[in-house]
Ligand binder design. Sequence first.
Ligand code: SF4
Length: 305
Amino acid sequence: MLQQTQVTTVLPYYERWMARFPTLKALAAADEQELLSYWQGLGYYSRCRNLHEAAKRVVESGLPTRSDDWRVLPGIGAYTAAAIASISAGEPVAAVDGNVERVYARFAASQEPKARLSTAARKWSESHMRLSTCEPAQWNQALMELGARICSPRNPDCRACPLANACQGKGDPHRFPAKKPSRTVVEISYTVWVPAREGRWGVRRVPPGGWWAGLWEFPRRAEESALHQEFVGASPRGLGEVRHQVTHHRLTLRAFLVEEALWPNDLDWLDTDELKRRAMPAPQRKIANLALRKVVAANGLEPLT
Ligand code: SF4
């Protein structure tokens, strides 16, 4: 949950999750749709699917101990594998997150690009770990904490730093690590049609392979003409516009209500309570609320949460 997401955002999700899926067995046995509904709002849904798949494999084959074996599990990269193996089994492998990369880059005055920085930081950390009297778990946690609390991105406190005597970058720490070239923001527009019929809402499952795979959404297309081909005879009415950011993609979703058409037969028609329970991407949930306000607010129905 904490990948790409702040602790304060994660905490309520984590608590709800652990109350519902307190063991690996409970997680492995869970239905994917239910898991996605608990993850709803955190984004980056592949993390949820990977966690589920990893739990199933671990329940079947047992918990790995070595970092190389952890890395085989879906969603577990070099950092997570090293953190788990060093903390739980004492394996002398370096857990290199952004904090450790920054400490290394400043300590060694390294301008290496991001792609090579992680490997260099890992070798540096492991070579010192082996010379130290610390346990690997302590070493890794100390280095990450040093980066988070003392060698921070904006205000490194070199006077309080235990590495200051040997640090080559302390004269001008802000030069390190080398700045990443900024990514160009890509604008993407979609048209979304909200099918509404006799108090029910038409949704589809997002196919595998893209953003939001496995979640449910109102029909969404890059070209409005594609929706007109699918919903013959539709007269869409404007609901509003929703904006959403996914990594460096800025999405604009223009939403319309469709109450009459020759309905395509791949829609799943849900009543409002069912719609509330389905896992939907955040922008689609906002669109659902726009539609609810327009169509059923007069009946006193609550917006979706
Ligand atoms: S001396 Fe300063 S720049 Fe060097 S590692 Fe410590 S806090 Fe970072």
